[in-house]
Design a protein around this ligand. Structure first.
Ligand SMILES: *Cc1c(COP(=O)(O)O)cnc(C)c1O
Length: 303
């Protein structure tokens, strides 16, 4: 049982086109239709009704804090395993900017390459009683030989994530996200769930009358990289969408702060208000270049 893909879940959490949906009988839970937050009461009720063997929490497009303790209680009540896939927020968890699932989940998985800022790859943490079964499932179950250079890079990124500088980084990501989110709301965008607690935010473009696909391309042409994303109960297809997903991890690495977030929101607003106008896009592109001039995308690593 896991969050619906179009409510912020991940393809590997039971999508019919993924092995997880082909091999397992998947039960989707959802966001509350009004608050757009996890519908904790509905999730508990659905778990009691359907009694899944495993409950999954951790998402790919959910901007708010996850209550891992709640999921543990529900899992215990029905005798299910609890797995937390914290791919997106691993860096925030490591840096103390989001609660950790480790005290609650039986298994915690994460990618190393999102907010944790390490190499492309993943890590599995688990209770020792499951270690041997998981090791065997990875090798020889699924994977060939290890990539030793990637393992070395993971070690470096773990060492970085243990530093005070990384703690500051995680905290700055979240404060930048809050400023960007507020500034985008002031530009007239509807913020899904009304805000953000982590590194990302989802915005609803319908007030501007443009789709996610059109907005993504226009912003790309203006030098602003982000991605189209479904919003809860999106009337558009996943290839078109009514929303955008923005994150502050990379700009925070570059050293940008609240002033730059407000400038970025304004630049985004200018493009969204005029997506068909090549002059506006070119003018914004110049301003984006001027903004980025003072920052290096990958400054000297910490630690
Ligand atoms: C990104 C992500 C993954 C892994 O995806 P990759 O394609 O390997 O980056 C798994 N689960 C969640 C929730 C994710 O957000």
């Amino acid at each position: 049982m896991g969050l619906r893909l179009d409510h912020g879940g991940h393809l590997t959490h039971g999508s019919p086109v993924n092995f997880s949906g082909k091999l397992y009988d998947f039960v989707p839970y959802q966001l509350h239709p009004e608050t757009e937050l996890l519908d904790y009461d509905g999730i508990a009720e659905l778990a009691r009704e359907t009694r899944p063997k495993m409950i999954l929490c951790g998402y790919t497009a959910y901007p708010r804090t996850i209550d891992f303790e709640f999921f543990r209680q529900v899992a215990d009540e029905i005798g299910a395993f609890l797995m937390a896939d914290i791919a997106h927020i691993a860096g925030l968890v490591a840096g103390g900017a989001h609660p950790s699932p480790v005290p609650y989940a039986d298994v915690v998985t994460f990618t190393n390459h999102k907010t944790l800022r390490g190499p492309r790859g993943a890590t599995i943490l688990c209770r020792s009683e499951y270690a041997q079964a998981i090791d065997k499932a990875v090798f020889p179950g699924l994977q060939g030989g290890p990539l030793m250079h990637v393992i070395a890079a993971k070690a470096v990124s773990f060492a970085e994530a243990a530093t005070p500088e990384f703690k500051q980084y995680a905290s700055d990501i979240v404060s930048n996200a809050k400023v960007l989110c507020q500034a985008l709301a002031e530009e007239g965008l509807r913020i899904v769930s009304g805000g953000t607690d982590n590194h990302l935010m989802l915005v609803d473009l319908r007030p501007f009358g443009v789709t996610g696909a059109v907005a993504q391309d226009a912003l790309d042409a203006a030098g602003i990289t982000l991605n189209k994303n479904t919003i809860p109960d999106d009337p558009e297809s996943p290839f078109v969408t009514s929303g955008l997903r923005l994150g502050t991890a990379s700009v925070t690495t570059a050293g940008m702060g609240p002033d730059e977030m407000r400038t970025a929101a304004h630049l985004i607003g200018r493009v969204l208000g005029d997506v068909d106008n090549a002059d506006t896009i070119a003018a914004v592109r110049d301003d984006v270049e001027a903004l980025c001039e003072g920052f290096v995308p990958y400054p000297t690593p910490v630690g």
